[in-house]
Design a protein around this ligand. Structure first.
Ligand code: 7RM
Length: 653
């Protein structure tokens, strides 16, 4: 771990107080109200969360709100509920039955709206299909779909029968999909004949065919028809969704009750990058996760019944799980989904969508905002964005320039911005402004949500002073907290509770300013954040060394104006292989095949040797300096062979 240092972009500027309208109507209406609530929740987080959990429908109430023996937190012990029941059935008894649950637009421009009743019907039918394929409570299901309503339907159908789902981002390669299927032990894969992205068709089914060649546990592949293109269907294994639905409907009425699911039963597995080459299967529970998702959606995005909420994340990431699907539907909101790229057919697609669908609350990533800045103000300015009343960001620190642009050009200087800090592991937002209460500072995630106890500490665990950079830890458990790493309890304990015994370490560096506001300074471990997506340096390195020409590699992040970090790979070749532009391109595609396009190195540098310590550890810190500043000024006393560094410097020139 390197010690976090304060970057120059994080200078404090002006305060942006919440607009009057929010102070009147938001769930939390003033700083005084927030402080009072926070203070109470700080003394007894479990009772704060128990109150939030009561907003859900429980088939059986819990006997104990929280049970904590590090690293395991159990929430709402003994309680039984069903996520799909909470997101659907219970709204049918209210006026929301005919309210839009999902409003969707495909990249080619096709549109669909599903009311709560219609979404319920789809989920029940889908759940019946899964059951007909032999999927039972506890079985894992892999979902590899484009951003179409069926993605949400499939997730909710799994939740309905109590089968944990593992949604794999459609941009991942066949290899990455295979690894995830195997690790989760999935017995069924749900995919489509393709999805539309930037005018092209993403060949999802082809990737699945490739992936399941070596996954004997997969009994069925369920295929949604989206593009209409021909795909190969293997008899006995592959099933078209529409065909199976027709067969089942010929047999009679669809019905599938929502299973009584234990509060602590896993709802989903989400793979994310860590410090080793193998992605970690982060799994979340049912009761705690949904409680956290629901209350943060309601309070932070201030959702009202008349709002249309657009979180632009893909359902393949945690943000898509919590703020496209589960959070909004649990509170009966209208969630908007878009299938395609932000610049198709033109760079104004998002603004065009906001104008036509009258989107009210918009939540996206800093990397997207920086791209919009680059594409030019004329694109948003062509459109009427007056429906917007609240904006949000997530995924990485936002630079104040991008924040101010978002505020002025997209928010018309009237919308508060919630800069929400959280992780795959945290399940939901932990640090964020509350739009009716918290004055914001561009670049700061501001203050903790009630019930959350973060602290910035030194290496020895003692609290940092104001403005002193340190490690961001969470001192008390919260309901959305991960329940473990799938199949690897030891790694779970070591990874999150190993650095500061008994306390959760986030892997992020941070500081707190004199007002107590948090400023996240980025990762301190070997994880790089590329366009808001976490990639382990080790993961990319393992992919590179699989290539027949590569002997060894070291991957580091370099600050990038657009993506937050760019990937730089230092590569040594096996004897007799010659470096060249061709090989660079080959290696980039190779990483694309192994992991996915997002992991392709932006820069590849061939070198004779890598700088190592005497114990043989690659000194990535030196490479990072070299890639970032063009030279190495930091401490090199542990370097084994100085000539390596000299050579790298020479190659630089
Ligand atoms: C939701 C998500 C988590 C990492 C996290 C941070 C960084 C996320 C912010 C942020 C500064 C933010 N899950 N991060 N949000 N940094 N300000 N508002 O992104 O697991 O993919 O990534 O992302 O480093 O540890 S994630």
């Amino acid at each position: 771990m390197s010690t976090p240092s304060i970057t120059s972009v994080q200078k404090e500027g002006k305060l942006y107080p919440p607009p009057k309208a929010f102070q009147k109507k938001a769930h939390i209406k003033s700083m005084a109200a927030y402080r009072k609530l926070y203070k109470r929740s700080y003394k007894n987080p479990a009772s704060f969360w128990a109150k939030a959990a009561k907003e859900l429908h429980w088939f059986k109430t819990w006997t104990k709100a929280m049970q904590w023996t590090a690293p395991n937190a159990k929430w709402f012990v003994g309680g039984k509920l069903n996520v799909s029941y909470n997101c659907l059935d219970r709204h049918l008894a209210t006026w929301r039955r005919n309210k839009a649950a999902i409003v969707w637009e495909g990249e080619p421009g096709d549109q669909r709206t599903l009311t709560y009743q219609q979404l319920y019907n789809e989920v029940v039918r889908f759940a019946c299909v899964l059951k007909s394929l032999g999927v039972k409570t506890g079985d894992r299901v892999a979902i590899y779909l484009p951003m179409i309503p069926e993605a949400a339907v499939a997730m909710l159908a799994c939740a309905r029968i109590g089968a944990p789902h593992s949604v794999v981002f459609g941009g991942f390669s066949a290899q990455a999909l295979k690894d995830r299927i195997l690790d989760a032990g999935a017995t069924c894969v749900i995919t489509a004949d393709g999805g539309f992205r930037r005018g092209q068709i993403v060949p999802l089914k082809v990737n699945v065919d490739d992936a399941v060649k070596d996954t004997p546990g997969v009994k069925h592949v369920l295929v949604v028809r989206r593009t209409g293109r021909d795909v190969s269907m293997k008899a006995g294994r592959d099933v078209w969704l529409h065909e199976r639905l027709a067969e089942l409907s010929a047999q009679g009425r669809f019905s599938c009750r929502a299973e009584d699911v234990d509060s602590e039963q896993p709802l989903c597995i989400l793979y994310t990058s860590g410090t080793t080459g193998k992605p970690k299967g982060i799994f979340h529970s049912t009761g705690g996760y949904l409680t956290h998702a629901a209350i943060t959606t309601k309070w932070i995005f201030d959702l009202k019944d008349e709002d249309t909420f657009w979180c632009t994340a893909d359902v393949g990431w945690v943000t898509g799980h919590t703020y496209v699907v589960y959070g909004p539907l649990a509170i009966g909101a209208t969630t908007f989904m878009y299938e395609g790229a932000p610049n198709h057919p033109g760079p104004d697609r998002f603004w065009d969508i906001i104008e036509r669908h009258r989107v009210n609350v918009f939540y996206t990533a800093p990397t997207a905002i920086r791209a919009f800045v680059k594409w030019g103000d004329e694109h948003p300015k062509k459109h009427d964005l007056s429906s917007l009343r609240l904006l949000g960001t997530v995924g990485e620190p936002i630079n104040p320039e991008a924040w101010l642009w978002y505020h002025r050009v997209i928010g018309g200087a009237r919308c508060p911005i919630v800069d929400t800090w959280w992780q795959t592991e945290t399940g939901g937002i932990l640090i964020s402004p509350l739009p009716g209460a918290t004055p914001t500072k561009p670049g700061s995630g501001t203050l903790p949500f009630p019930g959350i106890v973060p602290e910035v500490v030194r290496k020895d665990g003692t609290p940092c002073d104001a403005n002193e950079g340190g490690y961001l830890v969470l001192k008390k458990p919260w309901p959305g907290m991960l329940r473990g790493i799938w199949g690897d309890p030891d790694r779970f304990k070591k990874q999150y509770f190993g650095d500061f015994p008994g306390i959760y370490f986030t892997g992020d560096g941070a500081r707190r300013d004199p007002d107590g506001y948090f400023w996240i300074m980025g990762r301190v471990d070997d994880v790089i954040n590329v366009a808001g997506h976490r990639l382990g340096t080790a993961e990319i390195e393992s992919a590179l060394v699989l290539h027949e020409s590569v002997a060894e590699s070291a991957v580091v992040g370099r600050p990038d104006d657009l993506k937050g970090s760019a990937i730089v790979a230092f590569v040594t070749l096996k004897g007799g292989r010659s470096p060249g532009a061709d090989l660079k391109e080959q290696l980039r595609s190779h990483v694309g095949r192994e992991i996915g396009s997002i992991a392709k190195p932006d820069e590849i540098r061939f070198t004779d040797a890598l700088p190592k310590t005497r114990s043989g550890k690659i000194m990535r810190r030196l490479l990072r300096e070299l890639a970032t500043q063009g030279d190495v000024k930091g401490d090199t006393t542990t370097l084994e062979d100085f000539s390596v560094l000299e050579k790298l410097r020479a190659e630089e020139e």
